[in-house]
Ligand binder design. Structure first.
Ligand code: ATP
Length: 316
């Protein structure tokens, strides 16, 4: 589906973590984590075009949510993805990337990782490199722990640094309300705060193997939102709330409104609140907006598909 003029458009989903258990630090200073990801209907869109005559290299433009705080240099994850694919495929890295962001930057929803996944697939299609899913997955894992999941989508269990993925069967559709913050939280900073809190409490032995709650897989398999709500867990939540105390008030507001479950997504500061259906989502979204506690409130569903080419002319 390469458009006339050589343009490919790919959408990749952002994620929330239904469970994030944090274990010990490994030799390279990474935490051993076990995570259950769910892709939700917040899509990053990356368009890849052949550069105009005489232009070479990778260029990038960004618009949408948090565009001003997204890097436009070689550190942009979509740019890194294009360079990595070109190097591995032995083709010139000539592409104009245009990113339309919907996920918050540094929001705990892996929006940058979704940009990387979308750019990998878009450049693969644009350049006709013919990399298989396995090769793309391996490159995705090199780019970052959350990138393979954005390629895959759905609901998945991630172990190691979160990048060794196994799909998890999830029946039906879950309804979430997301409370977004203007200012992101640094993932390494949240892990440091977690380590500080754990050391101060003296509660957890540092070599504990992280485990997913027993009821989570069963709740997903049966499509039972109440059981899923009860099984949600995030070991980074206290650290995120310690760094950003107003997050607790969002969680409290959710519980006051009888949500099925609520948690900080990943390293935050996005808060995900699980509700039974569309009308409950609307009601909660109105209350959250009125509270002024969130800079933006979204109603989304999950799981959704992974990175996928879309028609360039389709309305977004
Ligand atoms: P995670 O949950 O995986 O930590 P996140 O949602 O907290 O992700 P992202 O928005 O994915 O955070 O990106 C985190 C950092 O990566 C940003 O602070 C930004 O400087 C850098 N970055 C690089 N490329 C991008 C991109 N295309 N979009 C957003 N951020 C990017």
């Amino acid at each position: 589906m390469t458009a006339p003029g050589g343009r490919v458009v790919v959408r990749a989903p952002a994620k929330i973590n239904l469970a994030l258990r944090v274990g010990a630090l490994d030799d390279e200073g990474y935490h051993d984590v076990v995570s259950v990801y769910q892709a939700v209907s917040v899509f990053e869109e990356v368009s890849a075009s052949l550069p105009r005559d005489g232009v070479t290299g990778v260029t990038v433009s960004v618009r949408g949510t948090g565009a001003v705080s997204t890097p436009l240099d070689a550190s942009n994850l979509a740019v890194r993805a294009a360079h990595l694919l070109a190097e591995r495929a032995g083709v010139p890295a000539d592409v104009a990337l245009s990113i339309r962001k919907s996920a918050p930057v540094a929001g705990g929803m892996a929006g940058g990782s979704a940009d990387a996944a979308a750019a990998l697939l878009a450049c693969d299609l644009l350049w006709g490199t013919g990399a298989g899913r396995d090769e793309l997955h391996a490159m995705a894992a090199e780019l970052g722990a959350d990138v393979p999941f954005a390629l895959m989508g759905g609901t998945a269990l991630g172990v190691g640094r979160g990048d060794q993925l196994t799909p998890v069967l999830a029946r039906g559709e879950f309804h979430w309300v997301l409370a977004l913050a203007d200012e992101g939280l640094s993932t390494p900073g949240v892990y440091r705060e977690h380590d500080r809190l754990v050391a101060a409490s003296g509660l957890r032995p540092p070599d504990l193997e992280p485990e997913v709650p027993a009821g989570l897989a069963q709740a997903l398999r049966s499509g039972d939102p109440a059981a899923l709500g009860a099984a949600l867990v995030n070991d980074l939540q206290d650290a995120a709330c310690s760094l950003r105390p107003p997050l607790r008030r969002i969680l409290d507001l959710g519980h006051d409104h009888g949500v099925l479950g609520a948690l900080v997504s990943g390293s935050g500061p996005t808060v995900a609140l699980l509700v039974p259906d569309r009308s409950a989502a609307l009601e909660l979204a109105v209350a959250l907006t009125a509270s002024g506690l969130a800079s933006d409130v979204r109603r989304v569903t999950g799981p959704v598909h992974g990175a996928r080419q879309v028609d360039p002319v389709a309305p977004s």
